[in-house]
Design a binder for this molecule. Structure first.
Ligand SMILES: Nc1nc2c(c(=O)[nH]1)N[C@H]1C(S)=C(S)[C@@H](COP(=O)(O)O)O[C@H]1N2
Ligand SMILES: [Mo]
Length: 261
């Protein structure tokens, strides 16, 4: 996300693009888009267009100009499904992103790692990786969208988070599931319960049918295809079911905690 190195899009001024898009949106969409942070990433979620090349910047504006308020069924409806793709659409190589270089990413020993479970749950036992791997898993090929304006399609396999929450007896009336990660300067992110229970929200153990590589969050990441990339924590070490808004790494720096549908 916001690192020193910025992705520059030739011929496209990202701030102007967001401004132009806002101008051509229908009223209700515009209001909600602004409430959701009016970022380039949100625009990518909304249009399905990636602005990394200038052609799709034009395509994006063309799409926005055709919006009607029905578009909200995708961006603002928490029950909407993120689009899925065929294997041929997978982006190779898939980008790495963190607030550090890949060489400084957490290097976790899967044998020692345990997922801690806290807060409003009946069963607070920790889970080893072997135990988690035995849970039923599903695959999804979905688009990951970073607020910086790039996106990539990947293949993720793991256990739907809602199945796990049920298994541990989580109080699903609570407001948030809050994830903490192993990054050396910390990384965390709150996820609203509705999104935690979304059928596509996944505890991910595999990327492209291989054990999740270190770059993408070994041993476990939370894949939320209806949200921007920063709401997809990697290197997760604990989850807490809570009614308290505990903030998050990017959320605390002004990024909208909603950031998606
Ligand atoms: N623990 C942790 N999770 C994280 C981040 C991070 O820096 N640390 N970056 C976030 C951001 S901004 C993005 S775009 C995605 C990048 O995931 P990828 O490296 O698998 O592409 O991870 C998200 N989750
Ligand atoms: Mo990101």
């Amino acid at each position: 996300m916001l690192r020193k190195r910025r992705f520059l899009v030739p011929g496209v001024d990202k701030r102007l693009l967001v401004k132009d898009a806002v101008k051509v949106m229908p009223d209700l969409t515009r209001r909600r888009f602004i409430t959701a942070g009016a970022s380039l990433g949100a625009l990518t979620l909304l249009t399905g267009c990636d602005v990394l090349d200038s052609d799709s910047a034009d395509a994006m504006l063309a799409r926005v100009s055709k919006f009607n308020d029905a578009v909200q069924s995708w961006m603002f409806n928490p029950n909407a499904m993120a689009p899925t793709f065929p294997e041929s659409a997978i982006t190779k190589p898939f980008p790495f992103n963190g607030y550090y270089d890949v060489d400084d990413a957490p290097d976790i020993d899967g044998k020692d790692w345990k997922l801690e479970v806290r807060g409003l749950v009946e069963n607070k036992n920790s889970w080893t990786l072997d135990e988690l791997y035995k849970l039923p898993q599903v695959n999804q090929i979905t688009r990951h969208i970073c607020v910086e304006g790039w996106s990539a399609i990947g293949s993720w396999t793991g256990t739907p988070l809602r199945d796990f929450l049920k298994l541990i007896g989580a109080d699903t009336r609570a407001k948030y599931v809050w994830f903490q990660c192993a990054d050396k300067d910390g990384y965390n992110s709150p996820l609203d319960m509705e999104s935690a229970l979304h059928p596509q929200t996944q505890m991910t153990f595999k990327f492209g049918n291989e054990i999740l590589p270190r770059a993408y969050g070994f041993p476990m990441k939370i894949r939320v295809p209806t949200k921007l990339g920063f709401k997809n924590p990697k290197y997760v070490v604990s989850m807490e079911v809570t009614n308290d808004y505990k903030g998050g790494y990017w959320e605390d720096q002004g990024y909208n905690s909603f950031s998606g549908s």
